[in-house]
Write a protein that binds this ligand. Structure first.
Ligand SMILES: *[C@@H]1O[C@H](CO)[C@@H](O)[C@H](O)[C@H]1NC(C)=O
Ligand SMILES: *[C@@H]1O[C@H](CO)[C@@H](O)[C@H](O)[C@H]1NC(C)=O
Ligand SMILES: *[C@@H]1O[C@H](CO)[C@@H](O)[C@H](O)[C@H]1NC(C)=O
Ligand SMILES: *[C@@H]1O[C@H](CO)[C@@H](O)[C@H](O)[C@H]1NC(C)=O
Ligand SMILES: *[C@@H]1O[C@H](CO)[C@@H](O)[C@H](O)[C@H]1NC(C)=O
Ligand SMILES: *[C@@H]1O[C@H](CO)[C@@H](O)[C@H](O)[C@H]1NC(C)=O
Ligand SMILES: *[C@@H]1O[C@H](CO)[C@@H](O)[C@H](O)[C@H]1NC(C)=O
Ligand SMILES: *[C@@H]1O[C@H](CO)[C@@H](O)[C@H](O)[C@H]1NC(C)=O
Length: 388
């Protein structure tokens, strides 16, 4: 019977069948498989940076420049405002292209809807320059830290109650799984100096926006720090900010382990949303002038926050830019993204917060744009952008 079926399928059909079955999951990136990306043209350029004199090399070098990829849909652009994608830094801008299990990535999704797309490698990462020519040590996420930070498999360690509902990561999300291993392989080093990173991103980022005009910024995690800096520096060049689980939680970095209150958080970002100065009104002489207070109980499922004491200084430039944060139902961020939303309200911004569970979208973690329902979430982003 089996033999007869084989004959009746014919050799061509058999070859296609073998081909089709090998083109799933992470094996879909093999050279024989068809790309899921939409057709586009790709250009690249560098922007920002400057000549600096290097003592060690006894000569001038070019430093702090930003690598930008410009993707143009083959079917043409029909949207007024381009999109600039800003990754957290680990990984590079490549994270917005095809997903690790080779489904259509977010860049393709928006190209398909007629947007001009720009993808950055943030300064110090990938094809961008090292700020000040790499005089600072590099850092990178270790496998243990990626796991502890609950990016791909929080349900296996249950550091917060909502983790039990995490279902959207493709594969097991742990070492040895092909998709997770590809995810780890996409993690590349970046500078450990947040000051030099912020200064170079701020400068080169606004130069990019001057060139391409008013744009939507779509940022993820720590990438939202740079969207915040650009909003402060050149708000009129930003159509709106879409923050996928913003990593610039006010004054604190919260990671994974929230089982025991006060575990899994460290002081960060002395200017609240940033490490470097932003335009508070009344003005500050230094970050020490920001008076802060703890708000809320520190519970595993809902963390406490740092706010300013009232009357709070305002951030009028950042308030000029429409802002939305998007948070997954089973991500560690669901336990603390209220901190940035409440802080933004306090400093005069009118933020929107889309909790995916309120849209009936369940099971997402921190890298939601790589997860199985990434297109469904892109549709939420598209709808919000088109309502602007
Ligand atoms: C790709 O195609 C070639 C030629 O048809 C074949 O020899 C090879 O095994 C295929 N590789 C994969 C990964 O399917
Ligand atoms: C823009 O083009 C895309 C793809 O061709 C199409 O889906 C979309 O409806 C168009 N949008 C507008 C506003 O014309
Ligand atoms: C892991 O995270 C801890 C705490 O943030 C940090 O001290 C350590 O250097 C990190 N390890 C690696 C290899 O990145
Ligand atoms: C969280 O931290 C506590 C205290 O350090 C530790 O006992 C617990 O094992 C940690 N939980 C996880 C999931 O890492
Ligand atoms: C898990 O998801 C279910 C269904 O949406 C929900 O009722 C439940 O509250 C969630 N559990 C936690 C701990 O968030
Ligand atoms: C970080 O970079 C800034 C600006 O380039 C520099 O002033 C500072 O000394 C650097 N910090 C460290 C710890 O190297
Ligand atoms: C900042 O410095 C000026 C001049 O030294 C001083 O008058 C002012 O009170 C300071 N502001 C704050 C908030 O400390
Ligand atoms: C979490 O805590 C904040 C106060 O920090 C509070 O406003 C909010 O209602 C709490 N959320 C939940 C889901 O309990």
């Amino acid at each position: 019977m089996r033999w007869l079926t084989t004959i009746s399928l014919g050799f061509g059909a058999l070859a296609r069948l073998a081909h089709a079955t090998s083109c799933t999951g992470v094996s879909a990136v093999s050279p024989n498989c068809t790309s899921k990306e939409v057709a586009y043209k790709r250009d690249y350029f560098y922007i920002g940076g400057e000549y600096v004199y290097s003592e060690s090399l006894s000569g001038s070098i070019f430093s702090d420049q930003l690598y930008v990829e410009k993707l143009t849909p083959q079917t043409g652009v029909n949207q007024t405002n381009p999109i600039v994608f800003i990754s957290a830094g680990v990984p590079s801008g490549a994270v917005w292209l095809n997903t690790l299990d080779n489904r259509r990535g977010w860049a393709s999704y928006f190209l398909d809807h007629g947007y001009q797309v720009y993808i950055l490698d943030i300064t110090s990462v990938g094809r961008s320059s090292q700020p000040q020519f790499s005089i600072y040590p590099l850092k990178i996420g270790s496998t243990d830290n990626i796991t502890r930070n609950c990016y791909t498999s929080p349900e296996t360690i249950m550091p917060y109650p909502q983790a039990i509902n995490h279902t959207q990561w493709p594969g097991t999300g742990i070492r040895g799984d092909a998709i997770f291993d590809s995810f780890m392989a996409s993690m590349i080093p970046l500078t450990s100096n947040a000051t030099s990173l912020e200064l170079s991103m701020r400068k080169a980022g606004c130069q990019l926006l001057e060139m391409i005009g008013s744009s939507f910024l779509i940022s993820h995690s720590a990438g939202s720090t740079y969207a915040t800096l650009l909003s402060d520096q050149c708000p009129n060049l930003i159509k709106a900010n879409v923050n996928i689980e913003p990593g610039n939680t006010p004054f604190q970095s919260l990671v994974g382990n929230s089982t025991v209150p006060a575990v899994g958080r460290t002081s960060a970002r002395p200017y609240g949303l940033t490490t470097t100065e932003i335009g508070y009104v009344p003005a500050l002489n230094s970050s020490a002038d920001l008076e802060t207070v703890w708000v809320g109980d520190d519970l595993a499922g809902n963390r406490s926050c740092v706010m300013q004491t009232e009357p709070a200084r305002q951030l009028p430039n950042i308030a000029k830019v429409p802002y939305v944060a998007i948070t997954g139902a089973a991500s560690p961020h669901i336990t603390y993204d209220h901190c940035i939303i409440n802080y933004l309200k306090q400093v005069g911004v009118d933020p929107e917060w889309i909790k995916l569970e309120d849209r009936g979208i369940l099971g997402n973690g921190h890298f939601m744009y790589l997860e199985k329902n990434s297109d469904e979430i892109a549709a939420v982003v598209l709808e919000w952008m088109q309502s602007r």
